[in-house]
Design a protein around this ligand. Structure first.
Ligand code: PEP
Ligand code: MN
Length: 388
C-alpha cells in the first residue's frame, strides 16, 4: 500500500474507496482551467446563464447580462434532461451553435450538458466545459467516455447520491484519464416539499475535506425558488465553495424551463454585488467585470499583477456600492425618527475604530483620509437620495 493510499481516509475514519480524487492524493488542491478561468484557486468563479438555450435573442441577451454583471462562464443547455417527454427538450446542435456565438461575443467560455455518449463528440466541438447532469452522475459509460477526453468536466451530484458515490463518479473520470473535474452540489431529494430539493451545504464542507477537486454549488436547482437563490449563494461562498452556477434568464416568466428558479438580469447583478462581501469570508476573491480594456501590456510590468489590481479595484468598487446601499437604509431610519443624516459623533467613532486596524502599509493618517472620503461620498449619496 502506498503512503498516499494509507492516508486516504474518509470522514468516518475508513479507508476511502476512491484514491485519485482523495484529498490526500493532492493536499494542496487541484486547479481546473477553462480558458482563462481557474477553478479551485484563490478566485471565486461564477457560472451563469439560462437553464436552456431557447433562441438567438434570448441567449445573446442573457450572455450580455451575465457578462456585464461579472460572471466568468456562460451556461445554457442545448440537450435537456427533462422529467417529462412532453417538455421542451432543448434546441440540440442549433442551441450549441447559438451558445458558442453568444459566448464568443461576450468573451466568456461556455459550459453545457452532454446527455449521452453518442452526443459527446458533437458537444465537445462547441463546449469549453462539459456538464454531467444530476440524472447522469452514474452513467458509467458516459463517465468513462469523458475520461478519455481532455475537456474539463462539471460533474453534478445525483438527486439521491451520497457524497461517496459522487466522489466515485469523479474517480471514474480521473481513472480513465481525465483529471480536470469540478464537482457540483445541486441539492438532493429529501422529505421536504417546501423547496424543489434540499441544498446540502454539509456536502460542500465535507467535500473540501475529502477531495482535492474544486467544489461548486448550484443554488438554483438546489432550492428551485428564485427568492432563495441569493441567500444560498451567499452561504455557499461563506462556507468555502469554489464557485457557483446560477440560472439567469432575460425574462424568467417566459422561460421554457426552470423559470421559477431563474434570476432576471438585475437580480443577478444585485447578487454579484452582494457576493463581494461574502466571498472574502472564505479567503477568496471575486473577480469583477472583465477587464479587457485595462492597460495590461506595459513593458516590464507583470500582466498578472496588473490584472490582480484591476480585479481588486472591481471588488473594492462593489464593496463601496454595497456600503452606500446599507447607509441608505440607515439614512431612512434616521429620517423616520427625525434625526439628521450627518452624525459627526458617529463619524468620529467610525474613524477611531478603523484607525485601530492601521498597518505599516496603511497607517492611521492614510486610513483616516480614506475613510473620511468614503463617509463624505456616502453622505453625498444619502443627500442626493433623500433630499431631492
Ligand atoms: C441544469 O443545470 O440545467 C440541470 C438540468 O441540472 P441538474 O442536472 O443538476 O438537474
Ligand atoms: Mn435547469
Amino acid at each position: 500500500m502506498s503512503e498516499n493510499t494509507a492516508r486516504n481516509i474518509t470522514t468516518m475514519g475508513r479507508l476511502a474507496p476512491y484514491q485519485l480524487v482523495a484529498r490526500a492524493a493532492r493536499p494542496q488542491g487541484t486547479r481546473v482551467h477553462v480558458g482563462a478561468v481557474e477553478f479551485g484557486g484563490s478566485e471565486f468563479v461564477v457560472i451563469a446563464g439560462p437553464c436552456a438555450v431557447e433562441s438567438e435573442g434570448q441567449i445573446r441577451e442573457a450572455a450580455y447580462a451575465v457578462a456585464g454583471a461579472g460572471a466568468h462562464l456562460l451556461r445554457g443547455g442545448a440537450f435537456k434532461p427533462r422529467t417529462s417527454p412532453y417538455s421542451f427538450q432543448g434546441l440540440g446542435e442549433e442551441g450549441l451553435r447559438l451558445l458558442a456565438i453568444a459566448g464568443r461575443e461576450v468573451d466568456l467560455p461556455i459550459v453545457t450538458e452532454v446527455l449521452s455518449t453518442e452526443d459527446l463528440p458533437l458537444v465537445s466541438r462547441y463546449a469549453d466545459m462539459l456538464q454531467v447532469g444530476a440524472r447522469n452522475m452514474q452513467n458509467f459509460a458516459l463517465l468513462k467516455a469523458l475520461g478519455a477526453t481532455n475537456k474539463p468536466v462539471l460533474l453534478k451530484r445525483g438527486l439521491a447520491a451520497s457524497i461517496e458515490e459522487l466522489l466515485l463518479a469523479a474517480e471514474y473520470i480521473a481513472y480513465t484519464g481525465n483529471p480536470h473535474v469540478v464537482l457540483c452540489e445541486r441539492g438532493i431529494r429529501t422529505f421536504e416539499t417546501a423547496t424543489r430539493n434540499t441544498l446540502d451545504l454539509n456536502a460542500v464542507a465535507a467535500l473540501k475535506e475529502l477531495t482535492h477537486l474544486p467544489v461548486l454549488v448550484d443554488p438554483s436547482h438546489g432550492t428551485g425558488r428564485r427568492n432563495l437563490v441569493a441567500p444560498l449563494a451567499k452561504s455557499s461562498a461563506a462556507i468555502g465553495a469554489d464557485g457557483l452556477i446560477i440560472e439567469v434568464h432575460p425574462v424568467p416568466e417566459q422561460a421554457l424551463s426552470d423559470g421559477e428558479q431563474s434570476l432576471n438580469p438585475s437580480e443577478f447583478a444585485a447578487l454579484m454585488h452582494e457576493l463581494a462581501c461574502y466571498v472574502p469570508l472564505a479567503a477568496r476573491t471575486l473577480a469583477g467585470t472583465p477587464t479587457k480594456d485595462a492597460p495590461t501590456n506595459t513593458a516590464g510590468i507583470s500582466r498578472s499583477y496588473r490584472q490582480r489590481i484591476d480585479r481588486l479595484d472591481n471588488a473594492l468598487i462593489q464593496l463601496l456600492n454595497e456600503r452606500i446601499r446599507v447607509a441608505l437604509h440607515i439614512g431612512k431610519d434616521k429620517l423616520a425618527t427625525g434625526l439628521p443624516l450627518c452624525d459627526s459623533q458617529r463619524e468620529e467613532e467610525v474613524l477611531q475604530h478603523r484607525a485601530a486596524m492601521a498597518s505599516e502599509l496603511l497607517p492611521t493618517e492614510g486610513l483616516t483620509r480614506v475613510f473620511r472620503a468614503v463617509m463624505d461620498e456616502t453622505l453625498l449619496a444619502e443627500r442626493k437620495f433623500y433630499e431631492r
